[in-house]
Write a protein that binds this ligand. Structure first.
Ligand SMILES: Nc1ncnc2c1ncn2[C@@H]1O[C@H](COP(=O)(O)OP(=O)(O)O)[C@@H](O)[C@H]1O
Ligand SMILES: O=P(O)(O)OC[C@H]1O[C@](O)(COP(=O)(O)O)[C@@H](O)[C@@H]1O
Length: 319
């Protein structure tokens, strides 16, 4: 078992569940440190039940995480296979995002070690599960910050551009937009133009004195600071204060919410039980409140579009 790519709150709950389910089912369980790099370096430790004590409430990952250049090479993966073979490892649980699953798929196809993934990323951009581990916590953390910023926005009649994470996916953006009562949301999926932002803000100014605009990172038209400057330029004759806040990695840390603890625990158990039942080269996800196994090939290629009514809902609620 290993965690790879970005860490996310709830990964520890998942690790704990993999360890305890494995032990419960009479298996030896190993934790690989630093993702694929640790697999290559052989930094692998045997896990006991107490190895995962007192972690369900903690963010980050006790196994550490990394993005591995070496695993992208054939030589790196060969070395990883040799290290796993030394310990007699017969199955893998990969906790991470689509990059992690792409690597796991390549590795499975080369060496055939049965592998099941658990979706751990705050971005919620993985096909085959309604939610990924960490998303709920990230949204709640961002909302707490947005609520605080709103106090100042309202007190000073300011327009705030708040940048949230999500790489190239707008899940965090849209849920924060609805939950935080934002006037506007800019996510990669909507391709909002600067002219439209200006038009909306000018329209809103008839009824509102302050505004919150949620900007997802990874937009074609720039980051929140660049967008704010361009929008501000269109207001030059009017007195209005524009501010920008980038929430950044605050969204990826902290104690997981109840939802993420449960989701991580559920997926961890599903991964181990799946492996024992013969599942492989796939991810354990939860859809419509049921555990489902989806081939890695689908998880990494199929789109998971934003819920169709969310964008409409945000627009309606912001008038
Ligand atoms: N095509 C690939 N072949 C082998 N390994 C890969 C491949 N794509 C990604 N990986 C491995 O998965 C790691 C995690 O992927 P990354 O995209 O950084 O994070 P995430 O899993 O959160 O999407 C990469 O650092 C790399 O080691
Ligand atoms: O911490 P890093 O390596 O700069 O990565 C930042 C990226 O990681 C994330 O927090 C999570 O993405 P991944 O799960 O794909 O790693 C993104 O929202 C963000 O774009």
């Amino acid at each position: 078992m290993f965690t790879s790519g970005g860490d996310s709150p709830g990964m520890n709950a998942c690790i704990r569940s993999v360890v305890r389910t494995g032990l419960y089912r009479g298996l030896d369980v190993y934790g690989i440190m630093y993702g694929y790099d640790g697999m290559i370096e052989g930094t692998i430790k045997k896990m006991a039940s107490h190895s995962v004590s007192n972690i369900i409430q903690r963010g980050g990952t006790i196994l550490k995480s990394a993005r591995s250049e070496a695993f992208m090479t054939k030589e790196g993966r060969q070395k990883a296979y040799a290290e796993l073979t030394k310990l007699g490892i017969e199955g893998l649980v990969a906790i991470g995002g689509d990059g992690t699953f792409t690597g796991a798929k390549v590795f499975f196809e080369e060496y055939g070690i049965p592998t099941v993934g658990c979706p751990g990323t705050i971005d919620n951009d993985i096909y085959g599960t309604d939610y990924t581990i960490g998303f709920d916590t990230a949204v709640n953390t961002a909302l707490e910050a947005i609520d605080k910023i709103r106090d100042t926005a309202a007190a000073h009649d300011r327009i705030f551009f708040i940048e949230v994470m999500g790489r190239d996916s707008g899940y965090i953006g849209i849920e924060c937009g609805i939950g935080g009562g934002a006037e506007l949301v800019m996510v990669p999926e909507t391709r909002t133009k600067i002219e439209d932002v200006v038009k909306s803000l000018k329209g809103l100014r008839k009824t509102k004195t302050s505004s919150i605009i949620i900007v997802a990172e990874g937009l074609d038209c720039g980051d929140a600071a660049q967008i704010m400057e361009r929008v501000k330029a269109s207001f030059k004759d009017e007195e209005k204060e524009f501010k920008v806040t980038t929430l950044g990695h605050i969204q990826r840390g902290g104690n997981p919410t109840a939802k993420d603890r449960l989701l991580g625990s559920r997926m961890g158990m599903a991964a181990v039980e799946g492996l024992l039942a013969g599942e492989s080269n796939c991810m354990a996800g939860v859809m419509n409140d049921h555990v489902v196994y989806t081939p890695f090939a689908d998880c990494i290629t199929k789109e998971k579009p934003l819920k169709s009514d969310y964008l409409r809902l945000q627009e309606i609620l912001s008038i």
